[in-house]
Design a binder for this molecule. Structure first.
Ligand code: HPA
Ligand code: ZN
Length: 337
C-alpha cells in the first residue's frame, strides 16, 4: 500500500463502534490476572494460549473467549482491561469508542453487575478527563441464554442506568434468532435505551430483517450477509442503517476465506453506511487500524473510501448531533489538508 494512504488511515480521526471489551483481553493480561486472582487456566503459557486461537467458526472462538474472561473477578480487573484497550485505541487515533460488554459472562460466575460495569466505567471516565476521548457502553444479552435470563439481567442493570446507553445482542447466532428477544428489546425501547444487534454474521439475511422489524434496532452489528438479499440491501441503503463491519474477525471466523474475499468494497458500492471495527482485537489479529490497513492493502480502496469510512464512523455513532458534527468537521479538515 502507498505510504501516504497508510499514514492517512492511521492518523485520521475515527470512532470504533463494535468492540467487545472482553475481547480486548490480551493473553499476557489474561495470565497476569489469573496469577493475581489465583485462577487456574488450562493453558500453561501465553504462547500455548495464543496457539489455541485457530478458530473454525464463531462457536470455536466463543468457547475460548468465555474461558479468557474467567480471570476477571475484581473491579480493578475490569478497569485494567478497559484501560489497556483505551490506550491502544488512542494510539490508533480513536476519538470516540462505543464498547460492548457481556454482563452475563460475569454474573454467571458470581461476579456482580456492579463490579463489572464499575471498573469499565471508571476507565472510560479517566480516558475522558485525561485525553478527551469520549465513549459509551452498550450491554449485550447473550443470545444462547434465555429470554428470562435477559430480563433478569436488565433488572440488575437498572440501578446503573446512567452508565450505559443501550443494549445489544451477541454470542452464538445460528439457532438463536432475534425474535427470541423481541419482548426484552421492547422493554429496553420503553426505557429509552439505544438498540443494536449482531445479525447476518453467520446467521442468514433473514436475521437482519427480523432484527430491524421485531427488535427495531438502529444499527446492525456485522450484517455482511445482507448482500445475499437484494431487497434487504436496498432497504438498508435507503434507510441508512449502519453496519458495523469487522473484517479481521470475519476472516478469522471463516465468514470469508481470506481478506481479499471480504465484501467491504461491495457493501460500499451498494450505497450502505458502513464502519470498520475490531470486534475482539486480542483474538482476531489486531486493533482498528490493523483492520483498516488490511482491507486497504487487499481491496481497491482509496482516499475517498477512507474519508467516507471515517466520517460514517461518527455519523453512525450514538453521540449527540452537535458532537457528531464537530467530529465530522475534524475528519473533513483532516482530508482537506
Ligand atoms: N459475534 C458474536 N458474539 C460475540 C462476538 C462476535 O463476533 N464477539 C464477542 N461476542
Ligand atoms: Zn461482535
Amino acid at each position: 500500500m502507498d505510504a501516504g494512504l497508510r499514514h492517512m488511515l492511521e492518523r485520521m480521526p475515527k470512532a470504533e463502534l463494535h468492540m467487545h471489551i472482553e475481547g480486548s483481553l490480551e493473553p499476557e493480561l489474561i495470565f497476569a490476572l489469573a496469577a493475581r486472582n489465583g485462577v487456574a487456566l488450562k493453558y500453561r503459557s501465553v504462547d500455548e494460549l495464543r496457539h489455541a486461537y485457530a478458530f473454525t467458526d464463531l462457536q470455536s472462538f466463543l468457547d475460548i473467549y468465555y474461558a479468557g474472561a474467567s480471570v476477571l473477578l475484581k473491579e480493578q480487573d475490569f478497569y485494567d482491561m478497559t484501560r489497556a484497550y483505551l490506550e491502544r485505541a488512542r494510539a490508533d487515533n480513536v476519538r470516540h469508542a462505543e464498547l460492548f460488554f457481556d454482563p452475563q459472562t460475569h454474573t454467571e460466575r458470581g461476579v456482580s453487575f456492579g463490579t463489572a460495569i464499575g471498573g469499565i466505567h471508571r476507565a472510560l471516565q479517566d480516558a475522558r478527563t485525561e485525553w478527551g476521548m469520549s465513549s459509551a457502553l452498550i450491554m449485550c444479552f447473550l443470545r444462547h441464554l434465555s429470554e428470562e435470563e435477559a430480563f433478569a439481567t436488565l433488572e440488575q442493570a437498572l440501578p446503573y442506568r446512567d452508565k450505559f446507553i443501550g443494549v445489544g445482542l451477541d454470542s452464538s447466532e445460528r439457532g438463536h434468532p432475534p425474535e427470541k428477544f423481541a419482548r426484552v428489546f421492547a422493554r429496553c425501547r420503553e426505557l429509552g435505551l439505544r438498540l443494536v444487534a449482531h445479525a447476518g454474521e453467520e446467521g442468514p439475511p433473514e436475521y437482519i430483517r427480523t432484527a430491524l422489524d421485531l427488535l427495531q434496532v438502529e444499527r446492525i452489528d456485522h450484517g455482511v450477509r445482507c448482500l445475499e438479499d437484494a431487497e434487504l440491501t436496498l432497504r438498508l441503503a435507503r434507510d441508512k442503517v449502519p453496519l458495523t463491519v469487522c473484517p479481521l474477525s470475519n476472516v478469522r471466523l471463516r465468514v470469508f476465506d481470506k481478506a481479499a474475499d471480504h465484501n467491504l468494497m461491495r457493501l460500499l458500492e451498494a450505497g450502505l453506511t458502513v464502519t470498520v471495527n475490531s470486534d475482539d482485537p486480542a483474538y482476531f489479529g489486531g486493533y482498528v487500524n490493523d483492520n483498516f490497513r488490511e482491507m486497504f492493502a487487499v481491496l481497491p480502496l482509496g482516499r475517498t473510501h477512507a474519508h467516507q469510512l471515517a466520517r460514517d464512523s461518527f455519523s453512525a455513532s450514538f453521540l449527540p448531533p452537535a458532537e457528531k458534527q464537530k467530529l465530522m468537521a475534524e475528519v473533513d479538515a483532516f482530508f482537506a489538508s
